[in-house]
Design a protein around this ligand. Structure first.
Ligand code: C2E
Ligand code: MG
Ligand code: MG
Ligand code: MG
Length: 281
């Protein structure tokens, strides 16, 4: 009995683990092929100004198109980060989103910005800022129409976040802290870093306006943002009650299923047609 246990303890590589490793390697391989075959696409979720009831831009969200299904980023971005493929994927996302936004820039008198999610390893890459600059030059998108979304943990793990943010600012790009309030040391980051926007995480929005604590938290984040001259966006707005509450407390922008789900290319064109009149004002 003791012997078996001892053996077990030193058996570092059991069948379950072998399966896991195999699955992981397969996923990495499939991700590489997906990059190669251009199987990724961006869906665009509208950003709505609550005070003006106006479309002000879109957040680009990556999807992986397989013949039989669509794969969402939560199930592959981490793996892409760990195997280093995030650099290629991230560059593709940035370039595609900027190209798309350049078409809006040329098509409408109203400015429409594009928000792009940047992962930690991408942000930390020594040539990240240079790449952003090159893509802006290459696509002709006005830098102020590009907003990069990073999380608190991304900014946290990098000692020279402030330098990178400074260089991005110098390019004219704006920066948002995504999922604000879910990471650590949010206040310490705000004390030291120059950013442009906070995005209230969906977890704080979803129980408003019924849950008093959630309402208090949203109010506090909006007040904090405005005191620091930052803009504020609420994520995951699903009901008119939530939108009314957020408008009442002074939240600038909102996104969520109430307005639209992230839109694939064809639906995006249709959606923009609906706004055409307002965008021409
Ligand atoms: P995120 O940046 O916080 O994006 C918001 C997520 O909430 C998106 O999920 C969006 O589809 C979803 N969402 C929007 N409105 C609602 C709503 O009203 N209700 C609910 N329940 N959900 C809503 P998605 O597209 O699955 O993306 C998940 C996360 O993956 C993103 O969170 C972002 O962190 C990451 N991600 C997405 N695209 C990229 C990318 O191109 N690069 C990188 N590095 N990460 C990405
Ligand atoms: Mg985001
Ligand atoms: Mg978010
Ligand atoms: Mg998120």
């Amino acid at each position: 009995e003791a012997k078996i246990q001892g053996k077990r303890r030193f058996c570092l590589f059991n069948d379950g683990m072998a399966d896991k490793v195999r699955l992981r390697m397969q996923t990495e391989q499939r991700l590489r092929q997906a990059m190669h075959r251009q199987a990724f696409e961006l869906h665009y979720q509208p950003l709505i100004s609550l005070s003006e009831a106006q479309l002000v831009g879109f957040e680009a969200l990556i999807r992986w198109r397989e013949p039989d299904r669509l794969i969402f980023p939560d199930s592959f971005i981490t793996i892409a980060e760990e195997c280093g493929l995030i650099h290629d994927i991230g560059e593709w996302v940035l370039r595609s989103a900027c190209k798309q936004a350049k078409q809006w820039q040329d098509g409408y008198p109203r400015p429409l910005r594009v928000a792009v999610n940047v992962s930690a390893r991408q942000f930390a890459a020594p040539d990240f800022v240079r790449k952003v600059g090159l893509i802006l030059l290459e696509t002709g998108l006005y830098p102020h129409l590009l907003e990069l979304e990073v999380t608190e943990s991304t900014l946290q793990i990098m000692e020279d976040s402030q330098r990178v943010l400074g260089e991005l600012k110098a390019l004219g790009v704006s920066i948002a802290i995504d999922d604000f309030g879910t990471g650590y040391s949010s206040m310490a980051l705000l004390k030291h870093l120059t950013i442009d926007r906070l995005k209230i995480d969906r977890s704080f929005v979803k129980d408003t306006p019924e849950a008093v604590r959630d309402c208090a938290i949203c109010r506090a984040i909006v007040t904090l943002a405005h005191s620091l001259m930052l803009s504020i966006t609420a994520e995951g707005v699903e009901t008119t009650e939530q939108a009314d509450f957020l408008a009442k407390i002074g939240c600038d922008t909102a996104q969520g299923y109430l307005f639209a789900k992230p839109l694939p290319q064809e639906a995006l064109a249709e959606y923009l047609t609906l706004w055409q009149g307002r965008l021409a004002e």
